[in-house]
Design a protein around this ligand. Structure first.
Ligand code: CUV
Ligand code: SF4
Length: 628
């Protein structure tokens, strides 16, 4: 496809550029090719003005085009159409995170019921702590009984519950009061998602503002519910992350080893693959096949899960998933769910790579389906790894190109690790904020989007923020960008402003902390709540912000909205499909400030975005009587 110049415009990274060129030579169709074929996109859809929610339509609404297309067949106008579409968009994202959380919960329940020996409790102390936090009397209960009791409590969170989800109790009282005042207290997690589907059926909620408030409630059920459960239960089962060294980029692939990439979001399958790859009998088989070992590396968020807890290297983020296979050095891509482009099956088909799906809810025609459950996972993982070993014998050395040297990174900054580094209390961080050594904290999160130059906004925004003494917390695909730029190493403190650099050096931490996967944005929410509660403030009083510079997914929209509804000013590099309604657009960019004390900003330029975020942080600092 692209010429050299064009390739440089797609991605700044050597590994990506080389693999895009290789794909071109080998005739492999990539995400950028398909984006070109799809451009220009339908302008009605881009603005959120199409509706196909019933068979009287589909309708295209044109609010400014005279009387003819002002209304859909049912009479819905542009504002209502945009609101209904956006509401469903957010609900789908919340459902994805929360259903992922449910899988962890079912595993926790199986451990409690003694129905699995493949999984167990690695962090008993955290199990006890969370039980106690949520009012479970642990005295006299065995570990298994505690697991069962906690699972039962969380199952209730998913159902018809009509009061706050359990972890909602972590939010500051002022925040809970705001939720109550505007009817946004998140109740049952599934309930909010289903209610959104109901409300947006033809002829139910016809008030765009009311739909947007319910969208906020649905998003909050994700952030303080489904995602937070996913994070905390993952820690209980697989261990709470602590600082760990690792590597990032396609250079983590090894020419002389069996390379298996885990892709998707949950740790349930990827942890088992890792365990199987470390078994001596399986390693012996790899040696028999002529490999020196078995190399597990991550893509996207399941990669983040393994990186945070096990130090497993990270091969790449969303825009690197096809390119990783193009190296010709990958024996297997094994996936669970979310953000796995269906195109990967075709790209794998161009090489010796096996594409394996593992979840009953995510099947990929053309791939191999091996269904994992809590009672067969260990055995299935062995089977899968042996299949990869077999594939190694069919690798074509002429097609192999591993394009770069890996960058080293430090990961594993759970809240437990961060607070531990601070001596067990948020006090030093509050003091550093107050003194202006750390002027603010910003979460840079989320995906890549081929409409924007790969990782460009992530990296340049982070660089600019740390210069201004703003500590960055990274999750999701943003992590990989930060790692490749060298920001995840303590040495990067030299690129930070003097105050932040001093704090980083004193603690031996990087100026950008890797705090996990996308569901782990709940760690950031929790940290905000801990800081606010400690200082007797609301989250919206803190000098904090969030940014999803290159987002693409419904999940990212849910994250952005729960951040705003929790009081965190949130920057997006691209707008969602809402611009067809000036009412909804101004609600997002301004009106929400009056409701939640936070709103969205949309800006694709990293320096301009840094300026906006900095302005906000300044205003929050001054309001607290701190220096700007
Ligand atoms: Ni959710 S961050 S593409 S994999 S949602 Fe997926 Fe994590 Fe974006 Fe990246
Ligand atoms: Fe058209 Fe209304 Fe049906 Fe949507 S719900 S397709 S706007 S008639």
């Amino acid at each position: 496809m692209a010429k050299e110049r064009e390739i440089q415009d797609l991605s700044p990274w050597e590994d990506a550029q080389k693999m895009i060129a290789k794909a071109g030579r080998e005739g492999v169709n990539l995400i950028w090719d398909r984006l070109k074929d799809q451009t220009p996109h339908c302008t009605f859809c881009e603005q959120g003005l199409t509706c196909s929610k019933c068979v009287m339509g589909p309708c295209r609404i044109n609010p400014n085009g005279g009387p003819k297309k002002k209304y859909g067949v049912c009479g819905a106008d542009g504002d209502l159409t945009v609101a209904r579409n956006f509401g469903r968009f957010v609900a789908a994202g919340a459902a994805a995170h929360s259903d992922h959380g449910r899988d962890l919960l079912e595993t926790l329940a199986a451990i409690g019921d003694g129905k699995t020996t493949d999984y167990g409790i690695r962090d008993e102390a955290k199990l006890e702590r969370i039980c106690t936090e949520l009012g479970i009397e642990v005295e006299g209960l065995s570990v298994r009984e505690r697991a069962k009791a906690l699972a039962d409590l969380f199952f209730e969170d998913y159902g018809c519950r009509s009061h706050n989800v359990a972890f909602g109790g972590r939010a500051p009282q002022k925040r809970k009061d705001i939720w109550k005042r505007f009817g946004c207290t998140p109740r049952g997690i599934d309930r909010e998602c289903v209610e959104m589907l109901h409300r947006t059926h033809m002829g139910v909620d016809c008030d765009p503002v009311s739909i947007c408030l319910h969208a906020s409630r649905t998003a909050l059920a994700d952030g303080w519910g489904g995602s937070m459960i996913a994070t905390e239960v993952s820690d209980i089962i697989f261990g709470t992350p602590k600082p760990v060294k690792s590597m990032v980029n396609l250079g983590v692939l090894k020419e002389d080893q069996v390379n298996i990439l885990v892709h998707g979001h949950s740790p349930i399958v990827s942890e088992m693959i890792l365990a199987a790859a470390r078994e001596p009998e399986i390693l012996a088989k790899a040696k028999e096949a002529g490999a020196t070992g078995i190399n597990i590396a991550g893509l996207c968020c399941t990669g983040n899960e393994l990186l945070m807890r096990q130090g497993v290297p990270m091969a790449g983020n969303h825009l690197m998933t096809e390119l990783a296979i193009v190296t010709g050095a990958v024996e297997m891509v094994i996936v669970d769910y979310q953000c796995i482009m269906p195109s990967l099956v075709n790209v794998a088909g161009c090489y010796h790579t096996k594409f394996v799906s593992t979840s009953d809810k995510a099947k990929f025609p053309g791939g191999i389906h091996m269904e994992f459950h809590y009672n067969n996972a260990r055995e299935k993982a062995r089977e899968a790894v042996l299949m990869a070993v077999e594939a190694f014998t069919r690798r074509d050395p002429a097609k192999v190109e591993i394009p770069s040297k890996p960058m080293s990174i430090t990961s594993g900054f759970s809240n437990e690790a961060i607070l531990g580094a601070l001596g067990g209390t948020p006090e030093p961080l509050i003091q550093a904020l107050q003194a202006g050594k750390v002027r603010g904290v910003v979460g840079i999160v989320g995906c890549n989007n081929p409409k924007l130059k790969h990782d460009h906004v992530h990296v340049n925004l982070a660089r600019e923020l740390m210069k201004r003494d703003i500590l960055v917390l990274a999750t999701g695909c943003a992590t990989v960008a930060m790692g490749k730029a060298g920001f995840l190493e303590p040495e990067a403190a030299s690129q930070a402003g003097a105050g932040l650099a001093e704090v980083c050096r004193a603690l031996g931490i990087p100026p950008v902390l890797h705090v996990g996967s996308c569901v782990d944005n709940s760690r950031i929410l929790h940290l905000c709540a801990v800081l606010a509660n400690y200082a007797g403030l609301d989250i919206s009083d803190l000098p904090v912000a969030a940014s999803a510079p290159e987002w693409y997914s419904e999940k990212a929209a849910a994250i952005g909205l729960y951040a705003v509804a929790s009081g965190v000013y949130t920057h997006l590099g691209l707008p969602p499909h809402i611009l067809g309604s000036s009412m909804i657009t101004s609600l997002a960019l301004k009106g929400l400030d009056d409701v939640f004390g936070a709103c969205f900003a949309v800006e694709s330029g990293p320096l301009q975005a840094a300026e906006l975020i900095d302005e906000r942080i300044k205003a929050k600092r001054l309001a607290l009587g701190w220096s700007a």
